[in-house]
Design a protein around this ligand. Structure first.
Ligand code: ASN
Ligand code: ZN
Ligand code: CA
Length: 333
């Protein structure tokens, strides 16, 4: 084989069998994408500082699907970074998190028993813990898309991570994490409007969040009220997540890829969905050209209406659906 860009095979804990971008250097394969801005994946080996050690091996087949194989979570993370890159590139022509052609790197096996994942603007890197008992890595695809979208948000609107803007920041990450999941359309991670449905973070098989009816998690807001911004940002995000679900799919009962949803609305307003690609396009345009660090939910509505006008025209069906969907979560009705 010629040195340089390769297409390897991987079996992740959650992604199943996938193709991943790798590199051949001498006779050693590296978990480093020869395209997509050179993104790569490293092993923290339970440490918490430094950039970790690049995964390398003598063959180009990585992981075995089991969390006990240290490469498996790396395959998930590497695929997650690749799928997030591809989604933003294909949907919006965005080249990486900063739109500068540089791929972020990913670190897996961070700390021990660490039940979280996070984006860091300073290292321009993604980090994943191995979860409870080091047997449930946090390397699910919608989590990868969620976390890397925090980088997109901080390089665009810069939504402050508190008050209503913080909820909108979190919601932006859930929206595009979900869009990444739909775009990858993996048989072993069938796309849905649930967040973290595979990592069993609650220990009882339930997902972390529900976009059709956010209050199903016991804490998130389904609609706006004065003071919603005082909630933790992972709960005030419910207003935005519910708005996105309604705009994409519409109100009421619906089955998508075998999952049943039932999305309520304020005053029983009926919302007819415009599809997730258009809903995401309106959201992305608002995020990148309308919203600022202090945008609250009322401002978010105004920005999305302006974005819908730019993309589809004033009083287009898409504009009107955006207005109706915001009213259905008690914003600007
Ligand atoms: N996983 C958390 C989140 O993205 C970590 C954080 O950065 N707050 O919301
Ligand atoms: Zn987040
Ligand atoms: Ca999901």
């Amino acid at each position: 084989k010629v040195e340089g860009i390769q297409k390897g095979t991987g079996q992740g804990v959650f992604v199943g069998n996938v193709n991943i971008g790798t590199t051949l250097s001498g006779s050693t394969y590296q978990l480093k994408d020869g395209t997509r801005g050179g993104m790569y994946t490293t092993n923290m080996n339970n440490g918490t500082s430094g950039n970790g050690t690049l995964f390398t091996k003598s063959t180009d087949a990585w992981g075995n699907g089991l969390a006990s194989n240290k490469e498996s979570a790396a395959v998930d993370a590497h695929f997650g970074a690749q799928a997030t890159w591809d989604y933003y590139k294909n949907a919006f022509g965005r080249s990486g998190i900063r739109n500068d052609g540089v791929g972020a790197f990913s670190r897996v096996h961070y700390s021990s028993g660490y039940v979280n994942a996070f984006w860091d603007d300073q290292c321009f890197c993604m980090t994943y813990g191995d979860g409870s008992g080091n047997t449930h890595p946090l390397t699910e695809l919608d989590v990868a898309g969620h976390e890397m979208t925090h980088g997109v948000t901080s390089n665009t609107a810069g939504l402050n991570y508190s008050d209503e803007s913080g909820g909108l920041n979190e919601s932006t990450s859930d929206v595009f994490g979900t869009m990444v999941e739909f775009s990858a359309n993996l048989p072993s991670d069938v796309p849905d409007y649930l967040i973290g449905e595979l990592i069993d973070i609650n220990g009882n098989g339930t997902p972390l969040r529900y976009m059709d009816k956010p209050s199903k998690d016991g804490s998130s807001a389904d609609s706006w009220y004065s003071g919603v911004g005082n909630l933790d940002v992972h709960y005030s995000s419910g207003v935005g997540n519910h708005l996105f679900y309604l705009l994409a799919e519409g109100s009421g009962a619906k089955v998508i890829n075998g999952v049943s949803y039932n999305s309520p609305t304020v005053n029983n307003i009926t919302v007819t969905g415009i599809g997730r690609d258009k809903a995401a396009a309106i959201w992305y345009r608002a995020l990148t050209t309308k919203w600022t660090s202090t945008t609250n939910y009322a401002n978010a509505r105004a920005g999305m209406l302006a974005a819908a006008t730019d993309l589809y025209g004033a009083n287009s069906a898409e504009y009107n659906a955006t207005a109706t969907a915001w009213a259905a979560v008690n914003v600007g009705s």
